[in-house]
Design a protein around this ligand. Structure first.
Ligand code: DON
Length: 385
């Protein structure tokens, strides 16, 4: 290949890459124009000739091998609503799994509750079922405290002080701690989430809690409240988390008093959210860090991909690989029965259903989100069709 042709192909490829990345991030000039498309087609014609060009092109716009462009268009409102209704009807009668009971309150939540909510990056809301019932946010809260500490201390500090590697083990695994030198491992397991809480810059437990509550509320676009009963129930039974906090503190991997970290973390998990509110929180990430309902910026756009990457690697705990393999979306589950999945630039999809599988992930919420993701062809790695 002559050098002129190569530089043209790279230029065209990078031009289109920028356009597509820009469109996913909601930039003003988001659509590649005709000349960019023509340039890209020309680039496609030469992509087979160098590994570098091929790799870049596959990641962005589709190629002869089957990856396809990510559309930033959502389907029309009536078809999105119809899909949410369809997913609700399809999985409503699945009674498999059971409520978490190691936190006594959770065993008493009506198992039949089931809700699905989509909130788009443009702020449109679609719901079916029990989307107004406040349940405890549990581990879904970890995502937003991670966002808070990245925003406050920067991505390098989080990498250095906590880490971002998946464990392949349960969310409260002590074995995983032992295998990782008693470090916190990642911000989405209990150890890492307590380390995240301890990294929030605060002079007292109250200040730490109020900052976390305010930050999570900004993502929801309305004041969130503690569910006292959940906090009492979990606070009286969280001996394992107290042990984990002590191990971390002993190894200097916790950055405030361990009892304070565990107590504030327990409160964070006891925040009440509805499926609709959780979907607005996820849609804030889908919308580059700006709440699509209030228009408040909650985190810098450059921090959103860091948060989503951790969700993709560790959001489903020891089922994260299977989830990435089937749905291909960053998501986070909670033992309260909520799951939030984020489609960058487009929407958040939330399912809520208290019955869980062995890994602590809600069965109907997983099914519903996966179904919607398949129907809309949302897998971030490419089309499954
Ligand atoms: O610390 C705990 O065990 C709970 N507060 C949260 C665990 C959780 O949600 C795991 N998620 N699937």
């Amino acid at each position: 290949m002559n050098p002129q042709k190569l530089s043209f192909s790279l230029l065209a490829t990078f031009t289109l890459t920028a356009a597509v990345v820009c469109s996913l991030n909601g930039c003003a000039s988001s659509q590649p124009d005709e000349s960019e498309m023509a340039a890209a087609q020309a680039a496609t014609a030469v992509t087979h000739t160098t590994n570098r060009t091929t790799t870049v092109y596959l990641l962005t716009t589709g190629s002869p091998t089957g990856a396809r462009p990510q559309s930033t268009e959502n389907p029309p409102a009536d078809s999105l609503q119809a899909l949410v209704d369809e997913a609700y009807a399809k999985f409503k009668d699945d009674q498999s799994g059971k409520n978490a009971d190691y936190i006594p309150y959770l065993a008493s939540v009506p198992s039949e509750l089931f809700g699905i909510a989509i909130v788009t990056a443009g702020g449109k809301v679609f719901t079916a079922g029990d989307t107004g019932y406040p349940f405890s946010i549990q581990s879904c809260s970890k995502v937003f405290t991670l966002a808070e500490i990245i925003e406050e201390s920067g991505e390098d500090e989080v990498l250095k002080k906590i880490g971002v590697e998946p464990t392949g083990m349960a969310f409260n695994s002590v074995t995983a701690l032992g295998l990782h030198d008693n470090t916190a491992i990642n911000p989405l397991v209990n150890a890492g989430a307590m380390a995240s809480v301890s990294m929030v810059q605060a002079g007292s437990a109250d200040e730490r809690w109020n900052k976390i509550l305010a930050f999570e509320s900004s993502f929801a676009g309305e004041p969130l409240k503690l569910i006292d009963e959940v906090n009492r129930s979990e606070g009286g039974t969280n001996f394992r988390n107290r042990g984990i906090a002590s191990i971390l503190y002993n190894g200097q991997h916790l950055f405030c008093d361990p009892i304070e970290a565990c107590e504030v973390y327990t409160k964070q998990c006891s925040i009440g959210v509805t499926a609709r509110q959780l979907a607005v929180m996820g849609a804030t990430l889908a919308n580059g860090g700006v709440n699509p309902i209030t228009q408040q910026r909650c985190i810098s756009p450059k921090h959103v991909p860091r948060v989503l990457a951790v969700m993709m690697m560790a959001g489903f705990y020891d089922e994260s690989g299977k989830w990435a393999y089937t749905a291909g979306l960053p998501a986070k589950t909670g033992v309260g029965g909520g799951i939030v999945a984020v489609v960058p630039g487009r929407m958040a999809i939330v399912g809520f259903s208290p019955r869980l599988n062995e890994a602590g992930n809600s069965i109907r919420a997983t099914e519903a989100i996966n179904y919607i993701a398949q129907q809309l062809d949302l897998n971030l790695f490419g089309s499954l069709k």
